[in-house]
Design a protein around this ligand. Structure first.
Ligand SMILES: *C/C=C(C)/C=C/C=C(C)/C=C/C1=C(C)CCCC1(C)C
Length: 244
């Protein structure tokens, strides 16, 4: 594979997919610089959380750089890079939940539960998008179950309980992160429905009236909203507790 990773190839005016990969790269890079520089601007107890926010967007920036080149070169979805990126960044988002609730006694076991559910969610989604395309509905449903388990933990389970026990500011931040998981992460199954032949439980995306949308554009929007948004919630939590 000979990728245009240096980006010598121009983006055609009407190539919206390539454009969102380009903007995605820039947005992730800018967000990483922001989080890394702000490390010195937050209290010590928040530094690891802000560092993880920066790592999430930095890992995404590197993957977006490659995905952008791959997509320009082949015109195809960079599914492999996409899932490698998610497999690294989504568990790091789980680490964020663990870090903010650690003070109230979050155990490493809870972190592993979150990470395990996220890996199941992503690996089954990868199966449905690549190896077992014909059974994309089945794999999408299994992935969805793991997704709802994460939603449950954050909204009603151990994470929610610990967040309430930590401090009002952490409880509030956990609520906001919970909305990101419930609404922001729901963007991804939409991309999956649009991009896999099974559609929604066998209804093709075209019949749902969303067939004209592009899977990569939807995933790219999801990543920008969720990776940068997550980091900013953690950042404002750190700022709100600055003088406390
Ligand atoms: C930074 C990347 C993030 C936050 C990625 C999140 C990805 C998901 C929540 C994906 C979920 C999926 C389903 C719930 C069902 C269909 C298959 C997936 C993997 C797209």
């Amino acid at each position: 594979m000979n990728l245009h990773v240096l980006g010598a190839m121009p983006i055609a005016n009407d190539n919206y997919v390539a454009f969102t990969f380009f903007i995605g790269t820039m947005a992730m890079m800018a967000a990483s610089v922001f989080f890394f520089f702000e490390l010195s601007n937050v209290e010590k107890k928040w530094r690891t959380s802000i560092l993880v926010s920066g790592l999430i967007t930095f890992i995404a920036a590197v993957h977006y750089y490659y995905m952008r080149g791959y997509n320009l070169d082949t015109g195809e979805s960079p599914t492999f890079f996409r899932y490698v990126d998610w497999l690294l960044t989504v568990p790091l988002m789980c680490v964020e939940f663990y870090l903010i609730t650690k003070k109230a006694g979050a155990k490493v076991g809870l972190l592993w539960q979150l990470i395990f559910a996220s890996v199941v969610m992503l690996v089954t989604g990868y199966f449905g998008e690549t190896i077992y395309k014909d059974q994309s509905v089945l794999w999408g449903v299994i992935s969805g179950l793991a997704y709802f388990y994460i939603v449950y933990l954050v909204w009603f389970g151990e994470v929610a309980k610990l967040a309430t026990a930590t401090s009002p500011a952490v409880a509030k931040a956990n609520k906001t992160l919970g909305w990101f998981v419930l609404v922001g992460w729901a963007i991804y199954p939409l991309g999956y429905i649009v991009g896999t032949p099974g559609g929604l439980f066998g209804i093709p995306a075209t019949d749902l009236g969303i067939g004209g949308l592009n899977m990569d554009i939807i995933y790219n929007i999801g990543d920008a909203v969720n990776k940068i948004g997550f980091g900013l919630v953690i950042y404002s939590l750190a700022q709100s507790e600055k003088s406390a």
